[in-house]
Write a protein of this length. Structure first.
Length: 410
């Protein structure tokens, strides 16, 4: 942190957490709109799934570019533009009457909007603005705040849909996203030309191209990126299709909303715990246990008879592991390469996450339309969790090997 920066670390963390909460809530509530939207227009679930799949993919595609722009020119403008695109996307989604317009709003605009204002940009700002000892817990707090948004927004969304209708609910969500703009002032970083806070001065003149080349030649970073694919696959599939799966099992829509909410609440604890554990144990082992634990939780959920109790219990168990991958993953990226290109390099890891999310949502809709159930995708999620647990084990938890003068800056 520079001496000229007058915003306290506490205020920076608070503002960043509020941004994460606000931006995560509406997209975590997407599944609530699937049944009313498809029922009103007579669409199949594959139509809605494609729009949300495109959203996940474009969020991932845009994330490295948004991160690189934030690293180079500062985070303020990126966060504000992202919030505007996100809010516009929700409004377009609210008034979409054709699959094409739905893809534009829920897919393209929200996807690119999220890449510019989601918690990933907040984590990049934290890495530059906060003292080193604050960072792992701040990563956990930012992730937990996003999860708390998932706890707040689905129940609110259910109430608003019942009282105002799904169209107006999306407009209300859009208005809430605009609050990101004033909050972004507290997490604004300076450009590299203005000596970005926390920039890796120990890597003089390293360009974006050189940073990317270094990262993708580093075996541990590649393994980390590949493992993160599963996280996106599982989370996006569950977010988009769990409410419909629960309805198909004969339970009420409110159970689906509350299960998503419980996932968010449990993840607030899981993410904070993961941030704490990331400072006290091997990060690769922590990731391996998280992925394995998810597979166990999913298997238990689909093998047990569906009921409100099993749904809420699944929400608690999967919620504790939901975004708990983020603190150790982001901490490993920072450990390997330092903070200068943190937002961009974590953005490429997140791209892998969102490719997984794209396939999770898309295959959920396609397989449901083809076979009338989500069973194949549930079992694929279990298998991927086991594979990712194994992929993370060979990761080396140390800075990339450079000449002594070029080691990552803290």
């Amino acid at each position: 942190m520079t001496a000229s920066r007058r915003i306290s670390p506490q205020l920076t963390v608070l503002a960043g957490c509020l941004i994460a909460l606000i931006t995560f809530g509406p997209r975590a509530s997407a599944g609530l709109f699937q049944i009313p939207m498809t029922a009103e227009f007579g669409w199949g679930r594959d139509v809605f799934s494609l729009a949300i799949a495109v959203q996940n993919l474009l969020w991932g595609v845009g994330q490295p570019f948004a991160g690189a722009i934030a690293d180079r020119f500062g985070s303020l403008r990126v966060l504000c533009v992202g919030a505007l695109l996100y809010a516009l996307g929700l409004v377009v989604m609210a008034y979409a009457t054709t699959p094409g317009v739905l893809n534009l709003g829920a897919g393209v605009l929200i996807g690119f909007g999220l890449s510019g204002c989601s918690f990933n940009l907040v984590l990049g700002a934290f890495s530059k603005l906060l003292p080193e000892q604050w960072r792992p817990m701040a990563f956990g707090a930012g992730t937990a705040a996003g999860s708390f948004g998932q706890f707040l927004f689905p129940p609110i969304g259910n109430v608003l849909i019942d009282t105002l209708g799904w169209h107006q609910t999306l407009v209300v969500f859009a208005a809430s996203v605009l609050l990101v703009m004033p909050l972004s002032l507290a997490v604004a970083t300076r450009s590299i030309a203005g000596k970005t806070e926390g920039a890796a001065a120990a890597v003089p003149g390293q360009s974006i191209t050189q940073a990317l080349s270094e990262a993708f030649r580093h075996r541990s970073y590649v393994l980390l990126v590949l493992g993160f694919f599963t996280c996106g696959f599982q989370l996006a599939f569950i977010t988009a299709h769990l409410p419909a799966y629960i309805r198909d099992a004969g339970l009420s829509a409110s159970i689906g909303g509350w299960t998503l909410a419980v996932i968010g609440l449990a993840n607030a604890f899981g993410s904070l715990s993961s941030g704490w554990l990331s400072t006290r144990m091997s990060k690769r082992w922590l990731l391996a246990w998280i992925y394995l634990g998810r597979s166990v939780a999913i298997a238990a959920f689909i093998l047990l008879p569906a009921s409100p109790l099993t749904s809420i219990a699944f929400g608690v168990s999967i919620g504790l592991l939901w975004l708990s991958t983020v603190p150790p993953t982001s901490s490993l990226v920072m450990l390997m390469f330092g903070t200068r290109y943190m937002a961009m390099l974590y953005g490429f890891a997140f791209f892998s996450h969102q490719v997984g999310g794209f396939l999770g949502v898309l295959l959920g809709g396609m397989f449901y339309e083809a076979y009338g159930s989500y069973t194949l995708v549930w079992w694929l999620s279990i298998a991927l969790g086991i594979i990712s647990a194994l992929i993370n084990l060979p990761i080396k938890e140390k800075p990339v090997e450079r000449a002594p003068a070029l080691q990552p800056a803290e």
